[in-house]
Design a protein around this ligand. Sequence first.
Ligand SMILES: Nc1ncnc2c1ncn2[C@@H]1O[C@H](COP(=O)(O)OP(=O)(O)OP(=O)(O)O)[C@@H](O)[C@H]1O
Length: 495
Amino acid sequence: VTSGLLIHSKPCGNYHLSYSSGPGHELLYINGKLVNKDLFCKALKLFHANHCFNIGDLRNKYCRSDHSLDELRLVAGRKFLWEAGREEFTGQNFGQKSQANKEKDTHKSLLTTNRLAMAVPGVFILCCSLLCPCFRARRRDTSHVVLVKEQSSMDSVSSLEMNSVAEKIPASPTRVPPSPSRFSISPKLNRVGSVHLNMNQVARATHNFSATSKLGEGGFGTVYKAQLPDGQVVAIKRAKKEYSETLATEFRSEVELLAKIEHRNLVKLLGYVDKGSERILITEYVPNGTLREHLDGQRGKILDFNQRLEISIDVAHALTYLHVYAEKPIIHRDVKSSNILLTESKRAKVADFGFAKLGELDNDQTHIVTKVKGTIGYLDPEYMRTHQLTTKSDVFSFGILLLEILTGRRPVESNRPTDERVTLRWAFKKYNEENVMELVDPLMNEAVDQEILLKMVGLAIHCAAPTRSDRPDMKVAGEQLWAIRMEYLRSGRRE
Ligand SMILES: Nc1ncnc2c1ncn2[C@@H]1O[C@H](COP(=O)(O)OP(=O)(O)OP(=O)(O)O)[C@@H](O)[C@H]1O
C-alpha cells in the first residue's frame, strides 16, 4: 500500500494483469498498459479460460455479468475466447503485432482520453517502484502487491504463441490425454518460455551435442551445457533417441509442469523443441553440480551444517510451492539428492520433473492411483503398496533426503554392516538410543548441539513415517526446519 494505492498483479503465461485501486479511482493494466474495463474484463476471461488462477472475485468486480462468459463458453468454447481476445486486445495493446493490426478499430478502445489523467498516478507508481526495490523483488510472486513488471519478458511471446501453449497444455490432469499430434503443432519449436531455438540452433549451441558440452546423463536422456548467441548459458536436456510413447509422455509431462512453474528453488524451463524424434528441454543452468556430488566431496569444500540446513529449507520451500501454491497440486515423485542442483552460493534448486504428475485433488479425491515411479530408497512404502500417490509421498522422500544431508550416506548402502545398510533404519535406532551424534557426516568436521540434531533427525523420521497420515505436510516440515536453523544460529555452535 502506498499513499492509499493498492496494486495487485496477476501473471498468466507471459501476460500480466495489474490493477490498482485507491480512494475514488481504479487503474487497470494489461502488460503495463492502461486499459478500460471492457478490455480488462476480456483479459480476465482469457485468464479464466486458461485456468491461470482463481479470478472469480475480479470477474465479479470488473465484468458486467458472468453470464456473458458462460454464454460464450457454451456457444463457442474456449477457442472462441482466445480468438476474441487475440483480435480485440492482444495484438493492439501489447504492442507486438504489425502496424496494420495496431490501427484496427479496437485500438480506439484504449482509454486515450483518460491517459493524461491517469499518467499522474502512473508516474507515481513508477517512481515508487524505482525507489523501493523491495516491491520489485516480490514481482514474481503470484497475487502479491507489486508495482512494475518487466516489459521485455512480457512482450517476448505473442498471443499466437500463448494460444498454442494453451492448446498444448491440457486444462486438467484428470482429462483424457490429448493425441500426440496436438503436441506437435510447431514443426520446429514450441515457445514455452523465453528461449526460442530451433534444432539447428540447439545443435550449434551444444557443438553438435559434443562430449565436451555434456553435463551428465539420467533416465530421460543426456544433459548438455550450452551458450546461446546472446551469451546466456543454459542446460539442454536431450531425450534418448529411441523415442517411445513412454518417453513422449514423460517429456510432455515435464514441459507441461515446468512451463507453469516459477520459484527460485525450482529449475526454470526456458524453452523446448519437439521435432520428429527429437525432444529437447532448455532449462536454466545451475552451475554448482548436484547435492549428491557435494555430499560425496566431489565439489571442493564440504558443506557445513548451516549450508545443509539452508539446502533442506530450500527444498522444503520448493516442494511446498509444488504441493500448495502451484496452480494445481504437483507431486514431484522423484525427490533425491541427484535431483537437487546447487547454485554458486550453495542454495538449492529442485530439478527433474520427468516423473512428476499433476495431482488435482478435489474435495472427494484424496489421492491419485498411478503406476509406481521414483527411485529405490526414496520411495514411499505406502505408495508402493497401494499405488496411491499423494503429496505425502514427496514428504517421505524428503525425510530420506534429510537423513542423507545429515549423514552424507545414501538411502541404501549395501557395503555397510547389516544394521547400517538402510540409513533410515540405522538412524531410527540411533535416535531411539539418543545417539544422534554418531549419525553426523564424518566429513563435516563440526560439532553440532545434540538437541538440534535430535530435532533434525526426529523431523526426518517423522517425514519418513511408514503411514502417510503420520507424516507432516511439507509446509510444516519447512517451518520446523526453519525453527531448527534459528535455534542452531542462536546456539552459536557454528565454527
Ligand atoms: N539445469 C541443469 N544445470 C546444470 N546441470 C544439470 C542441469 N540439469 C541436469 N544437470 C546435470 O546433468 C546430470 C543428469 O541430469 P538428469 O536430470 O538427466 O539425470 P539424473 O537426475 O541424474 O537422473 P534421473 O534420470 O534418474 O533423475 C545431473 O546429474 C547434473 O549433473
